[in-house]
Each structure stands twice: as C-alpha cells, then as structure tokens.
Design a protein around this ligand. Structure first.
Ligand code: AHR
Length: 663
C-alpha cells in the first residue's frame, strides 16, 4: 500500500513534469513486469504484411497509373468511358471492329474515318484524370494506317474546359502492320478531374488500339508503371509480405471470371481484360465500369514485392468459384490445368532460366529468381469440395517442391461449422498454414486478444490473412475507419505478437480504396486522383511492422497476460539486431493509466528510450484528405531509472515503447 502511494507520488510528479493533468477517475499505478531473459517465441521477419486486391479501384484506376479508362475497348460496352465530340454525325466515321480469330486476347479496336469530316473522342478517365502542373504525361497508342492522312491532337482538358496540356502525333503509313507511337507533353495546371481529348485532324482512315496516358512520375520512373505516392505509403510500412491478387477476385463470380496469372504477364496488349467481380457484387454499390486490364500483373506484383523488400504471397484459384456467387467447381478429373498453373508459377518465380517458365521471367527482364517461398491455394473456399481439391494440389506441389509452404483456407469466418470442419481437417493433414479471416466489431477484437494463447503450439501455423474491425453492416466509407477500430486492431495485434510461434503472418484487409469508386469499407489507405492518406489503422500497421523485433518476451500484469484487465492490452519483444526492448500497449479506457514498467532480467538498460504514441480522446476521429494526420504517431523521449519506467498512458491510446539495452 505504502509502496503504491509512493509510486503514485513519483508518477504524479512525472506527469506534472510532462504537463499532463490527471483525470479524477485515474486509477492506482499498475505494475507491469517485463522479463527480457525469456524468449517465448521467435518473430518471423515477414510477420506483418499487406493484403492487396483490385477492389475499390485499388489497381485499375488506383495504383496502376494508367489514366485512360477502357483503353482497348474491351469493356462490355466497347465505348464506355469515351464520348464522341463532333458537329454532325457521319455514317461509319467510327467503328468498333472485332478480330477475335486473329487476336483472342485483345479482339477489339477502333476504326476512325475522317473522310467526311473531323471529330474527336474524349476519355473521362477513372472518375476523372488527376493532372499535376508541370508534370510530363506520356501518351502512347497502337495504330495502323494504309495511307497517311489522319493526325492526332491530344489535349488534357480541365474540369472547367480549359486546355491544360497538349501534344501532337503524326501516325506513319504502316500498311497492315500495327505500330506503337508515343509522345510526351507537360500539363500547365493541376486538376483532379481533368479529361483527355483526341482530336482527329486531316482526312483518312486510322485503326487505333491501346490508347494510353501515364503520368511521368511513376514509381521508380518505370514506363507505364505504378502510382508512386501509393507505393510509397506501402513501402513505408516495410511489409514483410504482399498477399496478392486478392481476395475474391481470385475466385471470380464463376470459373471463367477467375484470376489466371498466365494471362497477366507479357506485353500489355496481350493481357486479356475481364470484368472485375466487384463490378456487380453489391447492388447498392454498382461499378459498371470496373474491369481488370491486368496492367498490374503477376510480374509487376513480384517486382513490387522485391522493390519494397517484401515476400511475395500469391493466392491461386483452387478450381472453385466464389461460393457466395455461383459456387461453380472444376470437376476433379479436370483439375489438372489449375494445379499446373500453381506448379508453373513456382517455376516462373524461381526456376532456372533454362526452364520454360524461368525463361519467360528472364525474357521479361528478371533473370534472377524471385525466391518465392509460399502460396495460397484458394481464397475463402470451404466445405468438403475444398478439401478434396486442396488434397490434389498439395500432393502435386509437395511432390515437386517439398519445402514450399502452402496456405490453406479456413473459410470466411473465424468460427462456426465451416471453420470447425476445415480447422480440424487441416490440422489433421498437417497443413503448413491455416488462413483465418475476421471482419468483426471492435468488441470482438478486444475479446479475442487472447484467442491464440491456448492454440496448439505445434502443427499448423496460423496466417491471419484478412482482418479489419467492422462496426456494423452499414458501410459509410472512410468514416468507419476511425480511431476506435484502429485501437481495437492494435489491441488484438498484441495477442498475435504474443503468440508469434503460432500466428506467423498477418495482414489487414483491404488495402486501398478510391474515395469516388469504393465498394468495400473500411480500408487501410484512401486515395483520390491526386492524393492518398493512411487511416489510423495504417499507422497501427506501420507501428507494428516497423517495430516487429525478433524475440517475444513475457509481459505480465499480476502474473497474467495483459488481455483486457482495466482495458489494457500488451505484448513485448526484444530486437536482437537493434538491441532494444519494444513494448506495445494499448489503453482502451477513457482514463489516464499510470504504469510502472519493471524491467526484469539480467540486461542493462539505457536511461533514455522513445515512445511512439497514437492517441485521440475521440474514438470516432478519422483521418481525411484535409486532415491526414489527425491520428498519427507522436514520438517522445522517456527516462528509465533502476530498471523502471514510469509512464502515464493517455486515455484511448496505443503506445510503442522502445528501450535500448547494452549487448
Ligand atoms: O477484403 C475484401 C474481401 O473480403 C476479400 O476479397 C475476401 O476474401 C473477403 O471476403
């Protein structure tokens, strides 16, 4: 008692020095003990990753920086996104020609005939075109022309109809051969909702396809590459892995609509466009202009993972379409092509350059292997039909690549009959990883912070492949991704970290959403045509990933794991590379909580450390384009004396405390 009041007094002085006032409801000082001598588990270097799916215009219209919508006229409505500008219509001036026998992947092109008068085309972009003053824009087109005659005037048009960038192109005479020509020009204004004009001048006939416009500031300045601001937000998390390409788009509405990686590599004009299944998924969020061009294809995914130092984690279709849609399955005796796709993907990623698929990788400019270590078989598939198909995949893959790790689905939810069947069966078959998904309310996250404390320690490992706090079923966009959801995620994540021997990988989902084009919320990062920002959840993910440490050590309150006593949730790791103790602790109450951290064990701690604090007194606080840092980490220095650290945890706060120690 006496000790408590003395510590209380010290803490009061400490708080006073920090200029903080104590809430009249403040509780007595709690003693939390951390012992850095005991390693409970090793943290995998790739523990905290990201989940990427082309949902919410995350790829086309998002990170894939193409600005022209429907560039190859392959949308169901071939001129969707385009409008014709003319004084008077002339018969046959514009034809959508289909040459499906000659070109199955990209059958349609446009034939423009200006013999009887000039006209133009306008592309609306993906919810407008984001244009930046002074930036270079790279236009390219595939064309053929029997007789020279038609020239192209290219214009960026602002929302208020001004020309804010202009280029010209004079296509040559090519006969029957398709050629590609490019021109670049600079924008004179910034506009988030610009459009793009192609005005045909002169007389003649011209065939056009793959009409493309990219900003000059793509990630690593790669031609026809990715949006740099979005990649940078990702890279800043330092994700351990990237799970791609989804999500439900892996499964497809039916098998024909599934994701097929082989159709996503090589020249972009040969990548066969398909409808994005999120186009029609939600009646209240129709997205009739949502298609997958696969400009961001599997080679680019591997390259992105390599760029930002993440492991690639592809998820492949297992011969089953989405069970919420058609539930179509490939018959077992016709599963071979699906299994072959998986085997060939491993060869594509890792194979020697004299193998068929290794050579394809080298021909695409990457002779070095990508060092692929794992893949998922199926996304959210379930039932005996999944187990049957999975067994066939597993046998074939393990026969050829015994050390290659496979991720298996446990369905769509972390409990219930479907989960129980899969979890039991997969553990019996010694699955490498079981993929658990949870989209649940905040209180579920808090209640489940101890979920893995009693999981079996040997056998199958857990991959929490998709999770996010969903307040309720009414999606209200970025509003839902508030501080309350992030704080609950952080609290649960302390439970994942504490059990890093069982839960070896985790990824929040989904990653990106376009503010004018989303179908699913919440999401980690929001973008418009020019800007992007991280939600409070983004900062939680970043804090975990950039402070992952190497060894889990015990952190206890009254001898017990900290899983909600007085609204506190905590985990601790040491980092053998940086020689630090890293404590993660959330205070989910509306009260300031005074903590005395006792640093037990043999180590000598330095007197100065750092604390990153994410806090907000308003649980509904969100970040936004106007206020992107409303909830973002603030770093302060902290003092350690006689192996003790006194800290006052703000109400509704998540804190990452780093204390250096000598070797
Ligand atoms: O993350 C959004 C969706 O949620 C994924 O596509 C799917 O796997 C899950 O149902």
């Amino acid at each position: 008692m006496q000790l408590h009041s003395q510590v209380n007094r010290i803490a009061l002085v400490f708080l006073f020095c920090l200029g903080l006032t104590i809430n009249s409801n403040a509780q007595t000082v709690k003693i939390i003990r951390v012992n850095t001598d005991n390693t409970l588990a090793k943290v995998q270097p790739n523990m905290w990753g990201v989940f990427f799916e082309d949902i919410n215009f995350g790829a086309d219209g998002g990170i894939y920086a193409e600005l022209i919508k429907n560039r190859s006229f392959e949308f169901t409505k071939p001129l969707m996104g385009w409008t014709i500008q003319r004084k008077k219509a002339n018969e046959g001036e514009l034809l959508v020609v289909n040459r499906k026998d000659e070109n199955t992947a990209n059958p349609r092109y446009l034939q423009v005939n200006t013999e009887n008068g000039n006209f133009g085309l306008t592309n609306e972009g993906f919810k407008g075109i984001g244009v930046k003053k002074g930036l270079r824009y790279d236009f390219s087109v595939m064309y053929r022309q029997q007789n020279p005659g038609v020239k192209l005037r290219l214009q960026l048009i602002s929302a208020d109809q001004k020309v804010i960038g202009e280029g010209f192109l004079s296509p040559e005479q090519t006969g029957n051969e398709w050629k590609k020509q490019s021109v670049s020009f600079a924008a004179t204004e910034t506009d988030a909702k610009a459009k793009f004009n192609i005005i045909f001048e002169g007389k003649g006939k011209l065939d056009l396809d793959m009409i493309s416009l990219f900003p000059g500031d793509t990630w690593k300045n790669r031609p026809q590459g990715l949006r740099a601001d979005m990649v940078k937000l990702l890279a800043d998390i330092k994700p351990g892995f990237i799970r791609f390409p989804g999500g439900c788009i892996v499964e497809g509405i039916d098998l024909a609509n599934r994701y097929q990686w082989k159709k996503t590599i090589g020249p972009i004009e040969d990548r066969q466009l398909i409808m994005n299944r999120w186009n029609v998924e939600f009646a209240n969020k129709p997205a009739p202009d949502y298609f997958q061009s696969f400009g961001l294809g599997f080679f680019e995914y591997f390259q992105l993972a390599e760029d930002i130092g993440s492991d690639a984690l592809p998820i492949l279709n297992c011969g089953m379409a989405c069970q919420y849609n058609t539930a179509e399955v490939a018959s077992l005796d016709e599963l071979d092509p699906y299994v072959q796709d998986a085997l060939d993907l491993i060869e594509f990623a890792n194979g020697d350059t004299n193998t068929k698929w290794g050579k394809k990788r080298a021909d695409l400019g990457h002779p070095k292997p990508f060092n692929l270590k794992m893949m998922g078989i199926g996304n959210e598939n379930w039932g005996p039909q999944y187990l049957e198909r999975l067994a066939i995949f597993t046998k074939a893959i393990k026969a050829k690549y015994p050390d290659f790790k496979l991720i298996n689905s446990s369905g769509t939810a972390p409990d219930g009959d479907r989960f129980d069947l899969l979890n039991t069966s997969l553990r019996n078959t010694k699955a490498d990883f079981i993929d658990e998904h949870y989209y649940r309310p905040a209180d579920w996250f808090l209640k489940n912070a101890g979920r893995y404390d009693n999981y079996p320690r040997d056998g199958s490992k857990v991959f929490v492949g998709e999770y996010a706090v969903h307040a309720d079923k009414t999606f209200t966009g970025s509003n839902m991704n508030n501080w309350q959801s992030a704080l609950a995620s952080a609290s649960l994540m302390t439970g994942l970290e504490r059990n890093a021997d069982v839960v070896q990988m985790a990824s929040y989902a989904p990653l990106f959403a376009h503010i004018d084009a989303w179908q699913w919320a919440p999401d980690m990062i929001w973008v418009d045509n020019l800007n992007s920002y991280g939600t409070p959840d983004y900062y939680v993910q970043k804090l975990f990933s950039t402070n992952k440490g190497t060894d889990v050590v015990p952190i206890k309150l009254d001898g017990k794991n900290i899983i909600g006593q007085d609204g506190l949730y905590a985990s601790a790791v040491t980092d053998k590379k940086t020689n630090e103790l890293i404590i993660k602790i959330s205070n989910t109450t509306d009260k300031l909580q005074e903590i005395n951290f006792n640093l037990d064990g043999k180590r000598n701690f330095q007197q100065k450390g750092y604390a990153d604090e994410l806090a907000n007194s308003n649980l509904s606080q969100i970040n936004s384009f106007k206020n992107p840092d409303a909830v973002s980490p603030k770093t302060t220095s902290i003092s350690i004396k006689n192996k003790k650290l006194n800290m006052a945890l703000k109400p509704y706060s998540f804190n990452v405390i780093r204390i250096p120690f000598s070797k």
